[in-house]
Design a protein around this ligand. Structure first.
Ligand code: SF4
Length: 374
């Protein structure tokens, strides 16, 4: 028996029928949906390319950040063909500011697959959509419903939370069983007459559930008093809205200690190198950097990296990714007279060219002097 059921502490009313829920949800969505560039066309008839780009950008990234980057990316790559024809370095540079660069590589590969295998047109076939790089069950469901009006569930963490609360289902939302359960509940909502009876209904219901999770049924302090689904929401009735779903176990991050050195030449160009082609921030550029897992690199080790003079410590800062805890020490140094530094994959670059490079957030801070590094 789920924990929520054992913990029931208030009277319950019968849950409304799916169609009643859908009508309440959609009328709230009509009045409250945020205006977003990628929602320009009606659900069910959206061109696939803006949906694909925005959905990959939105994975693990806040809407506010995607709002900033999406117009720039679409101006640079306005069609799936233009994206497919681009160099990977151009795509990574246009992705700057969104992080998780694997998604940019997936999007690039998906564009190439669409051009190569489908003549630049995505077919209305959930299996073909799901086969694209970077497209999981959620993204495939969103694209199929928003672009082709297919009744495919799109269960992201927002929708998973809303559904688990509606039904007071308190399993770990990250378990495969909870994912299957949520897709079944979402499918029932999409199959209801209220959803199927309106144009673009599946896409609108999916989008409304996502929006509800983002704006009302938030992880902490859900606004149940303003929620269109409050009638019959079992978590609300039982006073468990904030307890469902159960909190994730704290992630143990791997520490990485980094030392980066800023070296400029007489023309104020800065020395950069490229990271390895796999692993964290693969193939992206950086100031010459040493990384260790056991302890911070010593200044002597930094000087052994390059023929440079005395190091001057400029700044320290930390940066976290989902799985890593990085500590940076930043040095500056002059090169030793008569030595060559632009060897072994290192090169000089003018500061005005840095914007064109794919740089991780900490390296952008280091190389451009944004933040506290002058
Ligand atoms: S009533 Fe509260 S807990 Fe239930 S779906 Fe709405 S916001 Fe979420």
């Amino acid at each position: 028996m789920p924990r929520a059921t054992r913990s029931a502490r208030s009277r319950q009313s019968d849950p409304p029928a799916p169609s009643e829920r859908i009508r309440a949800l959609l009328s709230w969505f009509e009045a409250s949906a945020r205006e977003l560039l990628w929602r320009e066309f009606p659900a069910g008839r959206r061109p696939f390319y803006p949906v694909l780009v925005s959905e990959l950008m939105l994975q693990q990234t806040q809407v506010s950040r995607v709002r900033e980057i999406y117009p720039r990316f679409m101006a640079r790559f306005p069609t799936v063909e233009s994206l497919a024809a681009a160099e990977e370095s151009e795509v990574l540079a246009a992705w700057t500011g969104l992080g998780y660069y694997r998604r940019a590589r997936h999007l690039h590969a998906a564009a190439r697959a669409i051009v190569r295998d489908h003549g630049s047109e995505l077919p209305p076939d959930p299996r073909a959509i799901r086969a694209l790089p970077g497209v999981g069950a959620y993204t495939a469901g969103a694209i199929a419903s928003l672009c082709f009006d297919l009744p495919t569930p799109a269960v992201d963490t927002n929708v998973q939370r809303v559904l688990q609360r509606l039904f007071a289902f308190d399993d770990d939302p990250r378990s495969p069983a909870a994912g299957r359960w949520a897709r079944e509940r979402a499918s029932e909502l999409l199959a209801s007459p209220a959803s199927r009876g309106i144009p673009g209904g599946a896409g609108r219901v999916n989008e409304a559930l996502i929006e509800l999770g983002a704006l009302i049924c938030t992880p902490r302090a859900p606004a149940c008093d303003r929620c269109p689904l409050r009638e019959g929401c079992l978590a609300r009735q039982r006073g468990l809205a904030e307890d469902i779903p159960p909190a994730a176990r704290r992630v143990r991050r791997t520490p990485i200690y980094c030392a980066s050195v800023i070296v400029r030449d007489a023309r104020d160009r800065v020395l950069i190198e490229q990271r390895p082609s796999d692993g964290l921030w693969a193939s992206m550029h950086q100031a010459p950097t040493i990384e260790r897992n056991d302890r911070p690199p010593r200044p002597r080790e930094v000087r052994e990296l390059l023929p440079i003079g005395e190091l001057r410590e400029r700044a320290r800062f930390s940066f976290q990714t989902t799985h890593r805890d990085l500590s940076f020490v930043i040095y500056s140094a002059a090169r030793r007279p008569g030595t060559r530094l632009a060897t072994g994959g290192r090169r000089w670059i003018a500061p005005s060219q840095l914007d064109r490079l794919a740089l991780s957030s900490p390296q952008r801070r280091i190389l451009t002097g944004s933040g506290s590094i002058a």
